[in-house]
Design a protein around this ligand. Structure first.
Ligand SMILES: Cc1cc2nc3c(=O)[nH]c(=O)nc-3n(C[C@H](O)[C@H](O)[C@H](O)COP(=O)(O)O)c2cc1C
Length: 182
């Protein structure tokens, strides 16, 4: 798009890409807390703040979630991009999982984008992951909700894997003609 203003924030938003390959480098506690603060300060409808966030940053637990996901959804089912080679959390060192006590997809979407943009601002990359809901909202997901300290009746809203990217994907095309002043 031509004739736009560039500054640090705008350019971060424009340069975020979904990344599905990560180094083993872990996030620091400060990075995790910063991303949690950015999530917490997301706006919500009527300030109901229906969403909570849990971070899983332990590789063994992430792999157990992946195995449970595959056992629940299928090992030969294209449930997400790179399903045949990558775990559902895309090999990132940290997975931020957003739950809500009632349907709150709009609020959760805003929250997850805050995390993704803030990650970019910290020099990190991310992949928003919706497919995990197939496990979390399944009977088999109840133990994971318990593990994360959320009520088993709460809904999975969305999740986002965050880490140090090990690839630089080309931008996906956008339908530019549908973004215009009238
Ligand atoms: C709500 C939502 C759910 C998504 N779920 C997944 C997912 O489960 N697995 C995955 O690999 N990517 C997932 N993505 C990432 C999209 O595939 C990606 O954003 C899209 O291809 C555009 O690429 P870009 O983010 O680099 O512009 C999801 C994105 C969104 C917004």
């Amino acid at each position: 798009m031509d004739n736009i203003i560039h500054n640090e924030t705008i350019d971060l938003i424009l340069s975020r890409r979904t990344v599905r390959s990560y180094t083993k480098e872990k996030l620091t506690e400060e990075e995790i807390n910063t991303l949690l603060a950015c999530a917490m300060w997301a706006p919500s409808a009527r300030n109901k703040q229906p969403n909570v966030v849990r971070v899983v940053a332990d590789e063994k637990t992430l792999d157990e979630i992946n195995t449970d996901f595959k056992n629940t959804v299928g090992w030969d089912t294209p449930a997400y991009t790179r399903w045949d080679v990558n775990p559902v959390y895309q090999g990132a060192p940290a997975l931020f999982v957003i739950f809500a006590d009632h349907k709150a997809n709009m609020d959760g979407g805003i929250m997850v984008e805050n995390i993704a943009i803030a990650a970019k601002a910290l020099g990190l990359d991310s992949c928003i992951i919706g497919s995990l809901g197939a496990l979390m909202d399944h009977e088999n997901g109840k133990k994971w909700k318990k593990y994360m300290g959320v009520d088993e009746n709460w809904e999975f809203v969305i999740s986002v894997a965050v880490g140090h990217g090990a690839e630089s994907p080309e931008p996906k095309t956008r339908n530019e003609k549908e973004f215009r002043a009238v």
